[in-house]
Write a protein of this length. Structure first.
Lengths: 124, 424
C-alpha cells in the first residue's frame, strides 16, 4: 500500500511541485498551507507516514508546528523533514530540538527527496 | 533633531551687522590715526626721549596702517555685505526651490516605490502562475508517458499470454504428433510382423503342396494296387474272396485319400490366395504408415511457428524494455525539473524581502515629508539602521552575500552545519 506524505508549505508552487514529484514516485500526498491547517487535517484523521514542512510560514511556522505535532498522540515518532530556504544554524538546531528528523535546504530535486524519504521511512 | 531652514538668512543678517560694526570701528581708528599723524611734529617738539619718540612714531604708523587697512576692509566689508545680501536673497530663493523639489521628490518617492512594489508583486504572481502551469504540463507529460507505457505493457501482457498459449498448444500438438508417430511406428511394426507371419504361413502352405501330390500319388498307386489285388483275388476264386473284400476296402481308401488330397490341394490353393491378398494389404498398410512420417514435418512446422513467435515476443519485449527505460528517464527528468521549480519559491522570498525594504522606504519618505511639513516627528530610524534590520531578517546565505557585496563587507564564516541535506 502506498505511503502517505503530508506537505506543509505556504507556497502553492512548492505544494504542487512536491505533490507531483512524490506522486510520480508512488506516494499518496496530502497538502496544507501552514501549520494551523496541517494540524486541523491531522485532527480530522489524516494519518501521514511522513511530514515535509516549510519553516517560515504565516499563521504557524514550521518550528511551532513540529513542536505542537510532537504533543499529539500518534505523531511522536512520525518522521518530519524541514524543507526550507532558511540557513540560520539556530533555526536548524531548534528544529532538531523540537524533534525534526532532517533539514533540507530548497531547492531539493525529486530524486534526492525520494532518496531521503526512503532513508527515513523504511518500506517506502 | 530639527533643521533650521532659516539658518542661511540668519547667517547673512549677522554678517551684515558685523560689517556695520566694523565700519564704525574703522572710522574711529581712522580718526585717531589722522590725529596722531598730524600731531607727530608737535610730539617731536615736546623733546621726548628718542626711544619714546620711536615707539610713538611706530604706534602712529601702525595706527595709520591699521586705519588704511580698516578703510580698505570697510570698503571690502561693505562689498561683502552687499554680496551677502545678494547671496541671501539668492539662497532664500534656492532654498525654497530645493525645499519644493525635495518635498515633491519625497512625495513622489512613496508613489514610485508603491509602483515598484506592485510590479514586483505582480511579477511574483505571474511567475507563480507560470510555474504552476509548467508543473501541470510536466505532470501531464508524465501521465501521457505512463499511459503509453501501460498500453504497451498491456499489449505486451496480451502478447505474452498469446505466446504462452501458442507455446502450450504447440507443445501439446507435438506430444500428440509424437504419440501418433509412436502409434504409427508400432502399427507399422505390427503390420510388418503380420506380413512376415502371413508370408511364412503362405510359404509353409506352399511347402505342403508337394506332400499333397505325394498323397495323391500314393492314393493312385494304392488304387492300382487294390485293383491288381482284386484281379488276383478273382483269379484265385473262392480262396481269394476275402482278399477281394480287402482289396475293395483298400481301393475305397485310396479313392478317399485321393479325394482328400485334392481337397487339401484346393484348400491350400485358396489359403495361399488369401495369404497373398493379406500380404498385399499388409504391404499397402506399411506403405501408408510410412507416409504418416509427414506428421513429423507437421511437428517441425509447429516448432517453426513457435520459434517465430518466440523471436517476435523477444523483439516486443526489447521494444517494451526500451520504452520503459525511456519512460524511466522521463520520470527522472520530470522529477528533477519539479524539484528545480522550487527556485520560484526561493526567488519569491527574496523578492518579498526587497518589497519589504521598498515598503519601509516609502514609509520613511512619507514620515520625512510630514516632518518637513511640520506635521510630525522625524523618522525614528535612519535608512542605514533599517538596512541593518533588513540584514537580520535574511534567511538565505545568498541574501547575506549579496547584501555584503554591495556594502563591501566580507561575509562571516557560516557556523555549524552548512549541509544542504542533513539528517539528525
Amino acid at each position: 500500500m502506498a505511503k502517505t506524505i503530508m506537505v506543509v508549505d505556504d507556497s502553492a508552487t512548492m505544494r504542487l511541485s512536491l505533490k507531483s514529484a512524490l506522486e510520480l514516485s508512488g506516494f499518496k500526498v496530502e497538502c496544507a498551507g501552514d501549520g494551523v491547517l496541517a494540524l486541523n487535517q491531522l485532527k480530522f484523521g489524516v494519518k501521514p507516514d511522513l511530514i515535509i514542512t516549510d519553516i517560515n510560514m504565516p499563521n504557524m511556522g514550521g518550528l511551532e508546528f513540529i513542536k505542537t505535532l510532537r504533543t499529539l498522540p500518534g505523531f511522536r515518532f512520525t518522521p518530519v523533514l524541514a524543507l526550507t530556504t532558511e540557513s540560520h544554524q539556530e533555526k536548524r538546531d531548534e528544529a532538531k530540538k523540537h524533534g525534526a528528523t532532517g533539514w533540507l535546504v530548497k531547492p531539493v530535486t525529486g530524486p534526492d527527496l525520494v532518496k531521503i524519504i526512503k532513508q527515513v521511512l523504511p518500506g517506502a | 533633531m530639527k533643521i533650521d531652514l532659516n539658518l542661511p538668512g540668519k547667517i547673512l543678517d549677522s554678517t551684515e551687522s558685523l560689517a556695520r560694526n566694523l565700519a564704525v570701528m574703522v572710522c574711529v581708528v581712522a580718526a585717531i590715526s589722522a590725529c596722531a599723524y598730524f600731531l607727530s611734529p608737535w610730539l617731536h617738539l615736546l623733546s621726548l626721549s628718542k626711544g619714546l619718540e620711536a615707539v610713538l612714531a611706530a604706534s602712529l604708523t601702525s595706527f595709520a596702517t591699521y586705519a588704511l587697512a580698516a578703510a580698505a576692509h570697510r570698503k571690502r566689508f561693505s562689498n561683502v555685505s552687499y554680496n551677502t545680501c545678494e547671496i541671501h536673497e539668492r539662497c532664500s530663493a534656492q532654498h525654497l526651490s530645493i525645499r519644493d523639489n525635495y518635498h515633491q521628490t519625497v512625495s513622489d518617492l512613496s508613489q514610485y516605490n508603491a509602483v515598484l512594489c506592485n510590479q514586483l508583486r505582480e511579477a511574483i504572481g505571474q511567475t507563480e502562475t507560470a510555474v504552476l502551469g509548467v508543473v501541470g504540463r510536466m505532470v501531464n507529460i508524465h501521465q501521457q508517458s505512463s499511459f503509453q507505457v501501460n498500453q504497451i505493457g498491456t499489449s505486451s501482457e496480451k502478447s505474452g499470454e498469446l505466446i504462452a498459449i501458442t507455446r502450450e498448444q504447440v507443445r501439446k500438438n507435438q506430444q500428440v504428433i509424437q504419440a501418433l508417430n509412436a502409434f504409427s511406428d508400432s502399427q507399422s511394426e505390427q503390420l510388418r510382423g503380420n506380413l512376415d507371419r502371413i508370408q511364412r504361413l503362405s510359404d509353409e502352405m506352399e511347402q505342403m503342396r508337394p506332400l499333397v501330390d505325394d498323397i495323391a500319388d500314393i492314393a493312385d498307386r494304392t488304387n492300382l494296387l487294390a485293383l491288381n489285388a482284386a484281379i488276383e483275388a478273382a483269379r484265385a476264386g473262392e480262396a481269394g474272396r476275402g482278399f477281394a473284400v480287402v482289396s475293395d476296402a483298400v481301393r475305397n481308401l485310396s479313392n478317399q485319400s485321393n479325394k482328400a488330397a485334392h481337397e487339401i490341394a484346393d484348400r491350400i490353393t485358396r489359403v495361399a490366395k488369401h495369404a497373398a491378398a493379406e500380404t498385399e494389404n499388409a504391404k499397402r498398410s506399411i506403405a501408408c504408415n510410412e507416409d504418416s512420417q509427414k506428421f513429423t514435418s507437421l511437428a517441425d512446422n509447429l516448432s517453426n511457428i513457435e520459434g517465430r513467435f518466440k523471436t517476435a515476443a523477444l523483439h516486443l519485449e526489447e521494444i517494451i524494455k526500451g520504452i520503459d527505460e525511456a519512460n524511466g528517464v522521463i520520470v527522472e527528468e520530470v522529477s528533477v525539473v519539479l524539484g528545480e521549480i522550487q527556485f520560484q519559491d526561493v526567488v519569491r522570498q527574496r523578492l518579498e524581502h526587497v518589497n519589504n525594504g521598498l515598503d519601509y522606504q516609502s514609509e520613511f519618505a512619507l514620515k520625512t515629508l510630514h516632518w518637513l511639513e511640520g506635521k510630525g516627528e522625524s523618522p525614528e530610524k535612519q535608512l542605514s539602521e533599517h538596512l541593518d534590520e533588513l540584514k537580520e531578517k535574511y534567511v538565505m546565505h545568498e541574501q547575506l552575500t549579496a547584501h555584503n557585496a554591495v556594502l563591501g563587507v566580507s561575509a562571516p564564516a557560516a557556523g555549524g552545519s552548512n549541509l544542504k541535506i542533513e539528517l539528525f
